[in-house]
Design a protein around this ligand. Sequence first.
Ligand code: UGA
Length: 441
Amino acid sequence: MKVTVFGIGYVGLVQAAVLAEVGHEVMCIDVDAKKVENLKNGVIPIFEPGLTPLVKKNYEEGRLQFSTDAEMGVHHGEMQFIAVGTPPDEDGSADLKYVTAVARTIAQHMTSHKVVLDKSTVPVGTADRVRSVMEETLKARGVEIPFDVVSNPEFLKEGAAVSDCMRPERIVIGTDNDDVVDLLRELYEPFNRNHDRMILMDIRSAELTKYAANCMLATKISFMNEISNLAERLGADIEKVRMGIGSDSRIGYSFIYPGCGYGGSCFPKDVQALIRTAQQIGYTPRILQAVEEVNHDQKLKLPEFISRHFGEDLKGKTFALWGLSFKPNTDDMREASSRVLMEALWERGAQVQAYDPEAMDETQRIYGHRSDLKLMGTKEAALQDADALVICTEWQSFRAPDFDAIKKSLKQPVIFDGRNLYDPERLSKRGFVYYAIGRGA
Ligand code: UGA
């Protein structure tokens, strides 16, 4: 099938590469000429395991094309994916200007039937907006060409995006026209073998499903973070509690890891956007507001521990920081806890020596101008002569470090762990002062 994808961000690029891999002819359109040129030369704008070889292979074999020519893109595919960004407005609601601009472009150039698929995370009612923008544009052109708008949200996780997309747990399709279902079955047939993963529903339910999924996951995390704050005060160990409750199959083990707050481009933005949606219709979303507040405070947890140990004034102190990305296996630092931590440390006069396996370039791009940040080439180098170690991201390579070497490098044997990587008893036996989340520090 011929497919066009507007927007070569995380979602658009991964979806395009995966659709090309199974044999569809995919054309990606983006307004960013440099990004398009880079992709043609095999330079991928994001770090995502498995993505670079997939993109290169499918580009070389001709199934994946990149262009800035929107008109050509509209003519190419009967399936037109909208995968452009929906950044938060000043008030937290999703800004739809890129989505509606693509809708207008499609309607401006189309000469035959198109299925327009909303892949971006968009508020309930966006498909109706897309449809009316397209109708107006076609009317202004004085033509009548049939089209369908479908909500087809994406559930991939950064760091596992290619495999999530190749083996989706579900393919949610929101449509009011049964006739397009056959086309969508054909498009997704390679991902829908063995058992049917397609969940068909009306458009608004599909749009809300995407927000409900992310908000439920964010709720689980904030709930655990709240319980970890109780555990800390009650002398309980949140890691024991986590295992205790996770073993109940109704609760499950996933997304109940306490930590120094969730980040990324999705949870913070989507929780805020659903709060705004609720408020706009006169409903107070009490749980969502609490999820957001708990997460905000949780990102201040490590700076609080540091003040508890070293006092408020951190002038002359240096902190080794392991982990800058918002989670492992990505270089993405959007809404990362490491940023809140570094900014709090700098405000109190401290220096930071930071290391991350993938996010060094991104850190340089954001904070390269700061003289109180040193980017170090290895995790060991980051420790050198620092007063303490702080951990913000649970990269695999941080899980079993040489504790004797850490002790030798640090001025004081103190670890502030925002991801509960180590056993408190073992660390205390080795002579460390160990602060972890919800473990009675
Ligand atoms: C999230 C969802 O998991 C995807 O299903 C969804 O498609 C995606 O958003 C999206 O809307 O595009 P992602 O933001 O890539 O994916 O990352 P997650 O793995 O969900 O992690 C989000 C944050 O939660 C990270 O900061 C992570 O450290 C934190 N987290 C996760 C916890 O603090 N505890 C946990 O138990 C799990």
